[in-house]
Design a protein around this ligand. Structure first.
Ligand code: FAD
Ligand code: MLT
Ligand code: ZN
Length: 495
C-alpha cells in the first residue's frame, strides 16, 4: 500500500548533514530561495531543504535516507528548464537535490571518442572539453552556459543542431543513475553496441527526474567542424522556409547543421530589447531564416552560396546577409537565440513548444493566428524555432495595451494551439518536456495505452511516488501518490 510523502523531520535533516557535510544541506530561506523558482518565474515552490551531494555515493545515501523517511526528492540541474519540472511544489515537504557540486569531467577518451562527465557539468564545459581534444560535442542551446548534463539528459534536450546530430538521446552512450530506492544503476558503459535486452538508459533519458537521478553520463564526441558558413535570410513566408529545406539539403549535404526560423515580431523584440542587436536588412520582411553549414573545409562557404543562389532562383528568398567573421556570425545567432530572454521584457509570455509534420507548418501558422485573435484580440505571436525539425516555439505575449490580459486568456489560448497541433498529428512538447506545465494537457492528447504504459513504468521504478512527484504524469482518479502530488504552479502558465 502507498502512503503520501512526508515532511523531513529534524532527525532526518541531522542525518542528511552527517551524510553530506555542512555544505551539503541548505535550510536557511535565503540559501534555499534560488532553488525553488524556475527560469520563467511561473513555478515557485517551497522546499524543506536543498541537498547538494558531492558524489554519487552521497546522492545514493541521501536518496536512501529520504526514501526510508518517505520524503519526496526533486532533482535539479541548472534550473533552466521551461516546463516547471525542476522546482518543488508548494507543500514545503519536498527536498530539492541539486547536482551543482558534481562537476567533474571523469574522462576524455580520444580513441573511443567519448567524454564521461558528472551530471552537474555545464553543457558549455562539455563543448569546451571536446574542443580541447580536437573534437565536437554538438548539442547547442541558448542556455548552454547554465544547463547541465543531468538536465539535458533528463529533458532529452534539442536545440539548434538537431537537424544534423539529433537530440541528447542520440549523443548518450551510457548513464549512471541513482534509483528512487537509493540503489545505484551503473550503466556507464561507452559501448556503441550492446544488445543485451532492454536498453535501460533510454528509460531515464527524457524522464524529467521522475524515474531516477542521473549522476554521470558517457557522451559521444564527433569530428570537429571548425569552418562555419552562416547566413540570415529574409523570407516571404513559412511556406518558403519549408520549401527551402530540401534546397539547403541538396547543396549543403551532410554539412547542413541548422535551419532556424524567426518571425518579424520576434526579430523586432530582439532589436528593441537586446543591447547591440540590429536588423541587418534595409526594410522589414515577414519571416527570417538562419542557416548554418559546418565542416572542416572552407568549401562550406561556397556550398552555402550555391544554395542561396538556387533559393533566389526559385523565389524562396527575398534577401540574405552572410556572416563574414566570427563576430558577425555571433551577431546573427544572437538575433535568434535572444528571443526567449527578451520576450520577458514585454510582460508575461505563454510558451508553446510544438512540433508538427513539416508539411503542415505553414497551414498551422495561417490557421491558428486568426483563431487566437478571436480568443484574445491583440494577442502577439512571437513565433520562432527549429524549422528544420518541424519545431515551432509558438509563444504568445499579451496585447500591447494590456499585456496582463494574457494570464486570464492563457487556458483558452493554449487549448486552441494544442487542439490544432493534435488535429495535424503533431506533439505539444517537442523538446522542453512536460514537467508540471504540460502534464495535464499531455494526458488529454495521448492515447489511453500510452498513458497506461507511462504509469506502469513509474509504478515499477518508483512505486511510492517519491521522485519528482506531480511532474510528467497527471493524477489519476484513485491513483497513489506516485501521480497525485500537487504542482507548484501559482496558476495559469503565462509567466
Ligand atoms: P533543470 O531545469 O534543472 O531540470 C530540468 C528537468 O530535468 C527537471 O524535471 C529536473 O527534475 C530534471 N533533472 C535535472 N537534473 C537531473 C538529474 N541529474 N537527474 C534526473 N533529473 C534531473 N531546451 C531545448 O531542448 N532546446 C533549446 O533550444 C532550449 N533553449 C533554451 C534557451 C533558454 C534561454 C532557456 C532558459 C532554456 C532553453 N531550453 C532549451 C530549456 C532548458 O535549457 C533545457 O530543458 C535543459 O535541458 C535543462 O537543463 P537544466 O540542467 O537546466 O535542468
Ligand atoms: C529556443 O529554442 O530558443 C528555446 O527552446 C525556446 C524558448 O525559450 O521558448
Ligand atoms: Zn528551442
Amino acid at each position: 500500500m502507498t502512503t503520501a510523502p512526508s515532511a523531513p523531520t529534524p532527525d532526518l535533516l541531522d542525518r542528511l548533514r552527517e551524510l553530506l557535510g555542512p555544505r551539503g544541506v541548505l535550510t536557511e530561506p535565503a540559501d534555499v530561495a534560488p532553488y525553488v523558482s524556475d527560469w520563467t518565474g511561473v513555478f515557485v515552490g517551497t522546499a524543506a531543504a536543498v541537498l547538494r551531494p558531492a558524489d554519487t555515493a552521497q546522492v545514493a545515501a541521501a536518496v536512501t535516507a529520504c526514501a526510508a523517511a518517505g520524503v519526496a526528492v526533486v532533482p535539479q540541474g541548472g534550473n533552466t528548464g521551461l516546463a516547471g519540472g525542476s522546482v518543488p511544489d508548494a507543500s514545503g515537504q519536498q527536498v530539492v537535490l541539486v547536482l551543482d557540486r558534481m562537476r567533474r569531467v571523469r574522462e576524455v577518451d580520444p580513441v573511443a571518442d567519448t567524454i564521461t562527465v558528472e551530471a552537474g557539468v555545464v553543457l558549455a564545459t562539455v563543448q569546451q572539453e571536446a574542443a580541447a581534444a580536437g573534437r565536437l560535442f554538438p548539442l547547442s542551446l541558448g542556455s548552454e552556459g547554465s544547463c547541465t548534463v543531468g538536465g539535458t539528459v533528463s529533458t532529452n534536450a534539442g536545440g539548434t543542431a538537431v537537424l544534423r546530430y539529433g537530440m541528447m538521446r542520440d549523443l548518450v552512450l551510457g548513464l549512471e543513475v541513482v534509483l528512487p530506492d537509493g540503489r545505484v544503476w551503473d550503466g556507464l558503459r561507452p559501448l556503441r553496441k550492446d544488445n543485451t535486452g532492454y536498453d535501460l538508459k533510454q528509460l531515464f533519458i527524457g524522464a524529467e527526474g521522475t524515474l531516477g537521478i542521473v549522476t554521470a553520463a558517457v557522451l559521444r564526441m564527433l569530428p570537429d567542424t571548425p569552418r562555419r558558413a552562416t547566413a540570415l535570410l529574409a523570407l516571404p513566408s513559412v511556406d518558403a522556409a519549408v520549401a527551402l529545406l530540401p534546397v539547403l539539403r541538396e547543396h549543403g549535404g551532410g554539412e547542413l547543421t541548422a535551419w532556424e526560423l524567426l518571425s518579424r515580431q520576434a526579430l523586432e523584440l530582439v532589436t528593441t530589447h537586446l543591447p547591440g542587436a540590429r536588423d541587418p536588412f534595409e526594410g522589414p520582411h515577414p519571416w527570417y531564416g538562419l542557416v548554418e553549414l559546418a565542416g572542416s573545409a572552407d568549401s562550406v562557404g561556397e556550398r552555402l552560396e550555391e544554395a542561396l543562389a538556387a533559393a533566389v532562383e526559385q523565389d524562396l528568398v527575398a534577401d540574405a546577409v552572410l556572416a563574414g567573421s566570427p563576430a558577425q556570425r555571433a551577431a546573427l545567432w544572437a538575433l535568434r537565440e535572444g528571443v526567449s530572454e527578451v520576450q520577458k521584457s514585454e510582460g508575461p509570455s505563454l510558451k508553446h513548444d510544438v512540433t508538427l509534420p513539416i508539411a503542415t507548418l505553414a497551414g498551422f501558422v495561417a490557421q491558428v493566428g486568426p483563431e487566437l485573435e478571436q480568443v484574445l484580440p491583440g494577442v502577439r505571436l512571437v513565433t520562432y524555432g527549429h524549422v528544420g525539425d518541424g519545431n515551432l516555439h509558438y509563444n504568445l505575449s499579451g496585447p500591447v495595451d494590456d499585456p496582463l490580459a494574457l494570464r486570464a486568456a492563457a487556458p483558452a489560448l493554449t487549448r486552441t494551439v494544442y487542439d490544432a497541433v493534435a488535429a495535424l498529428g503533431g506533439s505539444i512538447s517537442a523538446e522542453h518536456g512536460l514537467g508540471a506545465l504540460k502534464r495535464d494537457a499531455a494526458a488529454g492528447y495521448k492515447s489511453e495505452v500510452e498513458v497506461d504504459l507511462m504509469h506502469a513504468l513509474k509504478a515499477a521504478l518508483d512505486p511510492r511516488g517519491l521522485l519528482n512527484p506531480g511532474k510528467v504524469l497527471a493524477p489519476r482518479p484513485g491513483g497513489g501518490p506516485a501521480t497525485t502530488a500537487t504542482t507548484s504552479s501559482r496558476g495559469p502558465s503565462a509567466s
